[in-house]
Design a protein around this ligand. Structure first.
Ligand SMILES: [Fe+2]
Ligand SMILES: [Fe+2]
Length: 149
């Protein structure tokens, strides 16, 4: 993978992180169950720092990170607003789907990158965060499904 490919890849990951910040923020305010809302709220700083780390690394590699108030943020807000009308379970399912996509999107470069240990280590750490987020969401979804009539 050359550095131009890595910059493109980091920008795609950055777009997903910018989206995540928006729908998690909207969901944290919209979820009625206080414990679930708190847990969702606790994920937001991790996604913000993922976005910051990716943007920093893109700049270090000589690239231009996508803006934090562009198309990705708009799309994330739209996802959040649309899904918040359907209740906590629907919101958590959307979040889980996105975390699952993020895990897969991080895992491929983690497997492939050979010549850039700095980027590799950042992506590894962020992959672990997404795995933890996905697991937490799965646990909450199972609980809500068990309670549903
Ligand atoms: Fe993230
Ligand atoms: Fe996440």
């Amino acid at each position: 993978m050359n550095s131009e490919n890595i910059i493109d890849l980091l920008n795609r990951l950055l777009e997903a992180e910018l989206m995540a910040v928006e729908y998690y923020t909207i969901h944290a305010d919209a979820i009625a169950e206080p414990e679930i809302a708190e847990g969702v709220k606790a994920i937001i700083p991790a996604e913000v720092s993922h976005a910051v780390n990716l943007a920093e690394r893109i700049k270090q590699l000589g690239g231009a990170p996508v803006g934090s108030d562009g198309e990705a943020s708009r799309k994330g807000r739209e996802m959040g607003e649309r899904s918040k009308l359907d209740g906590a379970l629907a919101m958590l399912r959307l979040e889980l789907t996105q975390e699952q996509l993020a895990i897969k999107a991080y895992a491929e470069p983690v497997a492939d990158i050979l010549h850039d240990m700095v980027t590799l280590e950042m992506l590894e750490e962020q992959l672990f965060d997404e795995m933890r987020h996905a697991k937490w969401l799965k646990q909450r979804i199972l609980e809500l499904e068990a309670k549903a009539p």
